[in-house]
Design a binder for this molecule. Structure first.
Ligand code: HEC
Ligand code: HEC
Length: 129
């Protein structure tokens, strides 16, 4: 009887070990799956994501400041629409705004300096008398 009890304990500890191992294996294969998904992003997608991270940092905001994150294509938010116009400003600045070999490369930071609404009005008081 004592012998059987030990045997049961022995067998159940093997079972626990097997379960632990297989759930580990599941976790490992799941993370491989995630990795495979990440690796499937094209170079263009990765570059675009990097661009999105850059503009977020330069404005000091997260993705949802501009995006309805259930649909990244949706132009619902005003900030998204403004951002789209300001992307055009940046494009224009780089095309026509700054010329010559020492020309700075325009980006959002040039005006925004890490803030969504940059300080853009000159801080002077002109006396009206
Ligand atoms: C300052 C506003 C702003 C922020 C912050 C921002 N985005 Fe965007 N995002 C845009 C705009 C505007 C477009 C559309 C650009 C265009 O049409 O050329 C866009 C496009 C995209 C697209 C392409 C959607 C499509 O048309 O297929 C994806 C994906 C995306 N953003 C993801 C992100 C992620 C992820 C983040 C956070 C890391 C982020 N965005 C942060 C404004 C923003
Ligand atoms: C030439 C200067 C300039 C550049 C470059 C610029 N912005 Fe702006 N941006 C402004 C000013 C000034 C405001 C505040 C006034 C306004 O909302 O129009 C602003 C406001 C915004 C707002 C609205 C914020 C809010 O909550 O009201 C968003 C979004 C934005 N910019 C996104 C961008 C992105 C993204 C870029 C880079 C692709 C960019 N801007 C580049 C000057 C600039």
């Amino acid at each position: 009887m004592r012998y059987t009890k030990q045997k049961v304990i022995f067998l159940s500890s093997i079972l626990v070990a097997i379960l632990a191992f297989s759930s580990n294996k599941n976790a490992a294969s799941k993370s491989n799956l995630d990795k495979a998904k990440v690796e499937k992003l094209s170079d263009a997608d990765l570059k675009y994501r990097e661009y999105m991270q850059t503009i977020s940092r330069q404005l000091g905001v997260t993705c949802d400041y501009c995006h309805d994150v259930s649909n990244f294509k949706a132009p619902t938010k005003i900030a998204y629409q403004t951002a789209k116009q300001h992307m055009e400003i940046v494009k224009w600045l780089n095309l026509k705004g700054f010329q010559g070999p020492k020309a700075p490369v325009a980006d959002c930071y040039m005006c925004h300096r890490g803030a969504a609404v940059p300080e853009y009005k000159e801080k002077v008081k002109i006396s009206q008398d």
